[in-house]
Design a protein around this ligand. Sequence first.
Ligand code: CMC
Length: 432
Amino acid sequence: MANKPTKMATLTIEGVADPIELPILSGSLGPDVIDVSKLTSQGYFTYDPGFVSTAACDSEITYIDGDQGILLHRGYPIGELAEKSDYLELCYLLLNGELPNASDKKEFVETIKNHTMVHEQLRHFFQGFRRDAHPMSIMCGVTGALSAFYHDSLDIDDAEHRKVTTHRLIAKMPTLAAMTYKHTKGHPFVYPRNDLSYAENFLHMMFATPCEEYKVSPTIAKAMDRIFLLHADHEQNASTSTVRLAGSTGANPFACIAAGIAALWGPAHGGANEAVLNMLDEIGTVDNIDKYIKKAKDKDDPFRIMGFGHRVYKNYDPRATVMQQTCREVLAELGVENNPTLQMAQRLEKIALEDEYFVSKRLYPNVDFYSGIILKAIGIPPEMFTVIFATGRTPGWIAHWNEMISAPYKIGRPRQLYKGYAQRDFVELAKR
Ligand code: CMC
């Protein structure tokens, strides 16, 4: 959608006679942006490591107001979606822009169910991974490998191809995630069951065995659905931007999503949920919390309170509020309200929220602070947490990829402030 400038900014450069006029664009919500795209023709680039002040695209999918702690998907607040909707409905909303009516929803759910199996040959890929491989390493590999199986739908310029790929990815991610878990356990893979809901089916593939059926508790299934829902999209975060960047080259969508999974893996992003549990284990007891808070505040110590802080939220992450509530529900259902990890997390949260360092830097719990406690209580091991995040985030990645591909786009190609050597003469090996 073409943006019309609402006003102009003037850039005056010392020693340059003519000022440069830059259009200012307004979105439907959020700060105005200064369009610097023509600056290169004037001989300048902008400099913004970490994209702290850079809007890399326009988008209609998700809006975050970090100061107010607001997250809207297609205009709907996340709290309301978590309460009144479900994961597949949100997938539909992210992909199509509107909530489905009853028949659209039924059709969408059926379509996703029709794609839950993966090609039988894909099983062999798993055998190539060591049993102790990190599940995210397997997910990067097998998701990218899907592109070797679906040559019938890799034309990114064909809307029908994009649609079927979208359905395949949303349907197959839980199957791949559960297969990854089973591989690391040395258990046989469990086939999907299409009489179950999305979340129930995932739990079934994770925990059933050929010798024992897994009885899915409605509270646990609801919590699982909610975890997927809360992770579904988060505008231009590192992994989504990675998917867009990879997609801007014309790469196939399976390869782009594999790139997104790789970007998500890091502890500053999706890897934080695993890191929270590892941190709570390391802290060990409530008595040690003060020591660790001190470490987090020490500039010379790299330790950070994992699950705290966010590039955009300078307020409570609204997803963390829902996650905390879900955490209580799950632990009550499992009869482990006095879970020591939860107690320590709550104590740590309280101390950090009152501490001048965290208050002044506006560091609040983020989505990852409580999700790990729920997942662990359900019986999912910490090394699988980021895989769950990746599964939930898949519709967001695809919605952004689709949004970009469906309109005119350019290859993503940032520039740099070069600080290396100027041209110099080559020195022959014998003379070095
Ligand atoms: N514990 C202690 N200090 C912190 C923390 C923390 N968790 N987070 C930020 N700070 C400090 C940081 O040291 C810096 O201090 P100073 O201004 O004195 O140098 C200041 O707060 C600003 O931090 P920053 O690293 O410049 O901020 P950023 O926007 O670049 O990083 C972040 C955001 C999420 C990477 C960071 O807050 C962090 O590392 N948090 C822990 C990891 C985590 O929970 N990540 C999950 C994010 S939510 C899930 C997702 O969407 O991926």
